[in-house]
Design a protein around this ligand. Structure first.
Ligand code: DX5
Ligand code: ZN
Length: 217
């Protein structure tokens, strides 16, 4: 399967969001990534339901919603109603993770689980058959534009093997510090979905940057 690109609007211009989303709509991006931060799980607050509702209205691409919040169970149905197609929760924020991902699927969304850079992928062994995607955080969550943590290549390779050895159909997504330099190595290591924010929205030609992430040399 060809890898997918999920453009993170965290780095978009919120004064002209419609313009940035039309660019993504017309680009090679497969999904739109929405980062939800509560100021508790991560030391930052991003945006919430009204913004994502608007994004859904103007977006032609599936919404990939990444919850960096404590107690995500309180809002699963609300995210479905807001327009999430893929809903990812943080492993570290879920006490009853199996219940959470099951509920996400029952609500009709794809279920993702994200792991922080320090969380070993071996802890995912028992949840893998119940999820559609694992998100390996390649920076500490909370901010766009941070530097990729190199140790994450080992985690990606280890998770790729865990998934393939069991013949499971689970996507591997990476998020944080992805750019046109590391895209190709990430895909060769086993990544299926590249999230990118800063590298796209700070570039002079964002849709060309998306194309280069999608078709790296
Ligand atoms: C970080 C967020 C990311 C962020 C990626 O906490 O989860 O989705 O937007 O940003 P870049 O591509 O700027 O590192
Ligand atoms: Zn994210």
């Amino acid at each position: 399967m060809n890898h997918l690109i999920s453009s993170s609007i965290l780095s978009a211009d919120f004064g002209c969001l419609e313009k940035d989303i039309s660019m993504v709509n017309e680009s090679a991006s497969d999904w739109i990534h929405c980062d939800i931060m509560d100021g508790v799980f991560v030391p930052n607050i991003s945006f919430g339901f009204p913004v994502v509702e608007y994004v859904k209205k103007v977006s032609a691409k599936p919404l990939d919603v990444h919850l960096m919040i404590v107690d995500p169970d309180r809002y699963l149905r609300r995210w479905k109603e807001t327009g999430a197609d893929i809903l990812t929760v943080q492993y570290e924020a879920c006490i009853h993770l199996h219940r959470t991902v099951s509920e996400i699927r029952i609500l009709g969304m794809k279920a993702g689980v994200a792991v922080n850079p320090h969380t070993p992928v071996s802890l995912l062994n028992n949840i893998l058959p119940y999820v559609d995607m694992i998100l390996i955080m390649t920076v500490n969550p909370g901010f766009g534009g941070q530097t990729f943590i190199m140790e994450c290549y080992n985690k990606i390779a280890e998770l790729r093997k865990m998934i393939d050895d069991r013949g499971l159909d689970v996507l591997i997504q990476v998020d944080g510090g992805v750019d046109t330099e590391n895209a190709s190595r990430l895909v060769r290591t086993g990544v299926n979905v590249l999230v990118a924010g800063n590298t796209i929205f700070s570039s002079d030609n964002p849709s060309e940057t998306i194309r280069r992430l999608k078709y790296p040399e």
